[in-house]
Design a protein. Sequence first.
Length: 396
Amino acid sequence: MIERPRDVYVVDAVRTPFGRYGGALSATRPDDLAAGVLRALVDRSPDLDPARIDDVLLGNANGAGEENRDVARMAVLLAGLPVSVPGATVNRLCGSGMEAVVQAARAIALGDASIAVAGGVESMSRAPWVLPKPDRAFPARDQQLYSTTLGWRLVNPRMPEEWTIPLGESAELVGAKYGITREDQDAFALASHRNAARAWREGLYDGEAVPVEGVELPRDENIRDTTSLEALAALKPAFIADGTVTAGNASPLNDGAAALLLADEAGLAAIGCEPLARVRAAAVTGIEPQYFGLGPVDAIRKVLAKADVAPGDLHTIELNEAYAIQTLACLAALPELDPSVVNPRGGAIAIGHPLGASGARIAGAVAHQLAAAGTGTGLAALCIGVGQALALVLER
């Protein structure tokens, strides 16, 4: 007999301020970033016996550098948690952090765990170059290094060429489908910076942002309070000569970590605190890789149907801003969503997009916003390179 799935609660959610590429967090190893948010979660729940944590799942999109050898397990050990606490690392590229949350929630719902930690980490600054092994021994010619910071590398020649174009070119394709203008994108980017700056200024991130040991970083490093439409308009297209995507209306490269503490009813009793929100439903979908930015459209429709939630009932939406052009295209394809509740505290264009951490950041952001409101339903969703998307519905 199959028991009814258990309710899963988001007990707490934390993240580091996100650092810019080569910036304040570039000297901090990704396993140390991950260990820091794990330690913070445990310290913020003093009644929690860390040995009660059944598993730690962390997302990571790279895995080629210092986060190799299962960064989740390394973070458990570096955080000083009991050696009995296991850890596993998952990779769904940009969705890795949310994938970790979904997998941990599923384990709790099925009774395989009672308390779990899920999140993600990425240091794009410290992503290494890789040197493939040569086809034969003792090659006489120069060998090529590949950067693992972002995007395609070591591409299988059997892949159709249109699937493996650069992400920025893909974003331009998505925008062309919906007629998203350069002016639309720059205005969206400006709003992201202003909303993020206001949220930090008003203390709205005080309940979730935790410091990184040995680093002075009071807020997300990429936020530009003083930018303007004129400054954004002066930037040149970044990917194609007559394009509209620029460094100003796209998410930057970043470093950071995020983590959520999840539990069932018994776990809540052991932790001894009120949860932020409850997990209602999750959905994952696929799309043609060159249109990856539109992935959230189907994922959002699917998760809202699973949760039996009408778009108009959403109190807050976190839609990850990989590019302004793809976020706007998703909103154009989903006119039933209310743009005024999307990314109310800024999005990835201002805050940053450390790949493995972003899905956990937006899931935690929705949980904190629902807790602040005291009631409501929220949605977190993001596009994923190579043509996927994840969406998660939380309620309070």
